[in-house]
Design a protein around this ligand. Sequence first.
Ligand code: 7RM
Length: 653
Amino acid sequence: MAEPLEALLEEGRTFPPPPEFAARALVRDRGLYERADADPEGFWAHQAAELLHWDRRWDRVLDWDLPFARWFVGGRLNVAYNCLDRHVEAGHGDQVAYLWEGEPGDRRRITYAELLAEVCRLANALRGLGVGRGDRVAIYMGMVPELPVAMLACARIGAAHSVVFGGFTADSLRDRINDAEASVLITCDGAWRRGNVVPLKEIADAAMAATPTVRHCLVLRRTGQDGVPMTEGRDRWWHDVVPDHPATCAAEPMDAEQLLFLLYTSGTTGRPKGIMHTTGGYLTQVAFTHRYVFDLHPETDVYWCTADCGWVTGHSYIVYGPLANRATSVMYEGSPDYPDKDRFWAIVERYGVTILYTAPTAIRTFMKWGTEYPERHDLSSLRLLGSVGEPINPEAWVWYWQHIGGGRCPIVDTWWQTETGAIMISPLPGLTVCKPGSATHPLPGIAVDVVDDGGRSVGVPGGGYLVLTRPWPSMLRGIWGDPQRYHDTYWSRFEGRYFAGDGAKWDADGYLWLLGRVDDIMLVSGHNISTTEVESALVDHPAVAEAAVVGKTDPITGQAVSAFVILRSGYEASDELVAELREHVARLIGPIARPKTVLFTEDLPKTRSGKIMRRLLRDVAEDHALGDTTTLADPAVVEQIKARYLTTAADEE
Ligand code: 7RM
């Protein structure tokens, strides 16, 4: 049986940087932290100057008119120039920017010089379609190299992009286009997904039936099916338009506070928020964090972030951070189980990936599938692993460490949000002693606190709400068209501080543990219980690959813990196992956290970026009508769970 969670994961095993890694790491001492603590604004100004090319130096580092920040005021720079031209001018034009692999197995190597040429052509083409500084361009594409090209072409001419994930429906696309009042939509004929074509252009057409601001639609041919509908006067093929334009296009200096992009977050309630990110502060912090959190050595590393460009991780850590730092990145179009469950490991082996950045949801899925898939491949090129998107359960952390990292790769568990723009809390891999499941400490230049309901610091150790106490360069600048909502959502709960919406605690050593969204926290007999902790206790059991828990209304305890559990391959559901899991949680956390019900399931409802949607499981447990399911990756999953729950999940007591 597993050791108790506290002993195993808090007091017990810690993971210092492996010595071979630490010996070559960019950061080996606390100097960065010390300089940032002594003078945070000076620290960020130093990073901005060191990491980026500025056409005009800023007059002031920060104007802070709470909650509105302006960074590097008066400074001018061009994001595309920083990501492309300066590397080509410095003689690195032949370095590969993207090693791209399509889902069907086709491959492309795109150098910095080639990427620059294509970005310039598209930038010229967009100008030809009437796009100028300050306009918004919607992008609805699969994971093809032309997606970063489209983002960078916008940045080059000062248009803001709004990337809409290629798995979203026509209605979601329409609402996002209309909120941003985009004048151009860039899309593809289709996208590959598990061997099937998702007909992006058809979906885009359905959206464009009700988007009065869209004047033009540019369509990239990717899947090549016949009969793609093209509307005369509005729609143009990329290959008819873009190649005719010159491969040079002046990169005009932009104001540091020029809008770079909008990215919509669905949130749990209300209409999607268009999160605004600007130019100078954003690029400074994504370049800084990409370089130091991933210990990037641009001459030798092959970096792979497995996210989709449709969410913020793709923006900051597939496109802007890596390109600003002249990384060579792998970009993969499709899903991890096509044609087989070893696709990721085949890619790591083929390209010699050295840095892998993925999500806990993927890691838990790999755990469920079993070790035979990674074992088919040589993963010895890997030297650093990253995690983002949800708390990583300690058991998943250790699995990742052993079975993917071979016990030689540090793991950086990176906490951040669409709104923060860049990583905020993370180890530095050559320096930080890690505890599995803890994102450890805020990065240099970042200030956080954990507060109680009344906004008082809880102190170390202690638990409460995570807040950010100082503005940071890549912070959101607002919600598009709704400054009041910006204030109310993030800056009103605790005066003068940014409310992240996550629970967190400090342990006795001052390590931070993220505990999930505060909306998900359960209240059992007057005790706050974090979903993350109960889920981690369940995943700690050898039979469990993945778990989600929610609080269900209970006549005696107020709420009772209700667990949904996915087993690892090779384990069978049984009443004995239910009893064992309940005891396991009680033993690791305490009897108060013992799940009242346990339901075995094949799948959990997740957003398209892989986050578990507990709100819907709560609806199932409470036997309520299901709430909004439009942001789910697969709405059928929750319907199946609901049907199973009604027939099988009797309370255990
Ligand atoms: C990057 C991203 C943000 C929310 C955030 C958290 C959760 C993300 C971690 C994490 C614990 C992590 N942007 N979250 N990373 N929780 N540990 N390392 O995910 O806007 O889509 O989501 O994701 O709840 O508030 S996001």
